[in-house]
Design a protein around this ligand. Structure first.
Ligand code: NAD
Length: 481
């Protein structure tokens, strides 16, 4: 019997008013239903917002150090169940076990990190014109924060929104992605066990167009933090802005790695392969364009193809690269393969479904390398969100930099070079929120700001670290005479 999970609202586990559920299938074996979740409606979402509004005052008045203790206990509760949560993540989202374990650990670390930050929040004393006046700032929560999250980092992204929001004293309503909601309900259970007051965190599963939309529309929410596709996120941004809410959107990417003539082709291929094929290419920061100097191009491609072909594709529990998350995502990747070929790119490796019993039924795709890609080609412009890398040959560093920047997105960008001047120029001129030298485009420490330029992000706010807390905080200036 498939387990039917419930929503977490007002500190209770509750069913949707619709009486309907939806199933989540294992992407490595779609015949296996992993779990069922509430197919909630706008009415359920509104009830969750009402619960958050009711809880808001108590949580806001809970002293920072106590809020921190709750977050620390929640992190520890997640750590106690790390192995089970890791397996749930693999079963629902499909990524390889070490990647899933790393992601769960990141969520635990985020809760512990913001536990410390909660104790430290408060404000700053400033110099006043009169000695009789104590002049200071007070950091206050924004109110109720609506959090809407994607499937590709189904526990880390909710954690990096929830933990700072709660640390700063906000109540939250959260709508996880429908493809992998289970791990978010694990966070809710951990917060419940940790003693979070009822209603301070509410999780409602169901369609974005109903649950997510209601969170944005409802007068009870004050801020909206969204991570997902640019297509949905740009609408969310408009809706939330029109409703007068503070809004943060973290969206898609089309991230380049520039390989210069001073780069070692083997080292560059390793950096590009790990950035492109890790998490089956389903990272917002995945490398999807390798912009390569003609003098190292052929050797680089040879090395990259060798790496692509050596990757062991199969169910994430015991293989190096798992499936795509759904049949629709797999189909979309294969369509991009067709489009690239029809636009004249050369398929250098992969491009289809792998052979073998272990991969017969799941949404598996081969790591794929295209060469002879023009920067105007569809493959170089649109986010594929699968393990597909477009190699674009350039004649010199200036052209490479221009090509790297010539895209609608600006999330992450890296350069592989042995030349310090080139590295400095790249850092200076790359149009991306995260810039790396001799490193893959993916991966970021939890205490540094994360966000993009151009269509990758709403630019006003960043996530993670102190920058992440700012979104959930309003400063009051106080004169006390
Ligand atoms: P998506 O945009 O389809 O969905 C994201 C969330 O929005 C889901 O919970 C979905 O149910 C909800 N949603 C859908 N329609 C909605 C609506 N009308 N109103 C409110 N909510 C709605 O994205 P996805 O497919 O889940 O995730 C993949 C995308 O996320 C990729 O484009 C990837 O680049 C991006 N992403 C960005 C970052 C980042 O930090 N920049 C991180 C991870 C993923």
């Amino acid at each position: 019997m498939t387990e039917v999970s419930q929503n977490y609202v007002g500190g209770e586990w509750v069913s949707s008013e619709t009486g309907e559920t939806f199933d989540v299938q294992n992407p490595a074996d779609p015949d296996e239903t992993v779990a069922s979740y509430q197919r909630s409606s706008a009415v359920d979402a509104a009830e969750a917002v009402a619960a958050a509004v009711d809880a808001s005052d108590e949580w806001r008045r809970t002293p920072g150090p106590e809020r921190g203790r709750v977050l620390r206990r929640a992190g520890t509760a997640l750590a106690d169940r790390k192995d089970e949560i890791t397996e749930m993540l693999v079963a629902e989202e499909g990524k390889a076990r070490p990647e899933a374990a790393g992601e769960v650990q990141r969520a635990i670390d985020i809760f512990h990190y913001f536990a410390g930050k909660a104790a430290d929040l408060g404000g700053t004393v400033k110099g006043a014109s009169s000695r009789d006046t104590t002049l200071y700032t007070r950091e206050e929560p924004v109110g109720v924060a609506a959090l809407i999250t994607p499937w590709n980092y189904p526990i880390a992204i909710p954690a990096w929104k929830l933990a700072p929001a709660l640390a700063a004293g906000n109540a939250v309503v959260l709508k996880p992605a429908t493809l992998a909601p289970g791990v978010v309900l694990e966070i809710a259970a951990a917060l419940d066990e940790a003693g979070l007051p009822a209603g301070a965190c509410n999780v409602v599963t169901g369609p974005g167009s109903e649950v997510g939309s209601e969170f944005i529309r409802n007068d009870g929410t004050d801020a909206v933090s969204f991570t997902g596709s640019s297509r949905v996120g740009e609408t969310v941004y408009e809706q939330a802005t029109d409703a007068g809410k503070r809004v943060q959107t973290e969206l898609g990417g089309k991230n380049p790695t520039l390989v210069t003539d001073s780069a070692d082709p083997a080292e560059a291929a390793e950096i590009v392969a790990t950035g492109a094929f890790g998490t089956t290419g389903q990272s917002c920061t995945a490398c999807s364009r390798a912009v390569v100097h003609e003098s190292v191009h052929d050797e680089f491609v040879e090395e990259l193809v060798a790496r692509a072909e050596s990757i062991d594709v199969g169910p994430g529990l015991d293989h190096e690269m798992g499936p795509q998350v759904s049949a629709a995502e797999l189909e979309s990747t294969l369509e991009y393969v067709d489009i690239a070929q029809s636009e004249g790119a050369t398929l250098a490796s992969g491009g289809g479904r792998p052979d073998g019993d272990a991969v017969a039924d799941g949404h598996f795709v081969e790591p794929t390398v295209f060469t002879d890609v023009d920067n105007d080609d569809t493959l170089a412009c649109e986010e594929v969100f699968g393990p597909v890398i477009a190699v674009i040959e350039v004649d010199n560093f200036d052209e490479g930099l221009a090509v790297a920047n010539d895209v609608e997105y600006g999330l992450s960008a890296s350069v592989v070079t042995d030349d310090h001047t080139e590295a400095k120029r790249f850092v200076d001129e790359a149009e991306a929120g995260v810039v790396k030298v001799n490193e893959k485009t993916t991966g970021l420490e939890l205490h540094v700001p994360f966000g993009g330029f151009k269509r990758s992000s709403s630019e006003t706010w960043r996530e993670q670290g102190d920058a992440g807390l700012e979104f959930y905080t309003i400063e009051k200036t106080v004169y006390d005479n």
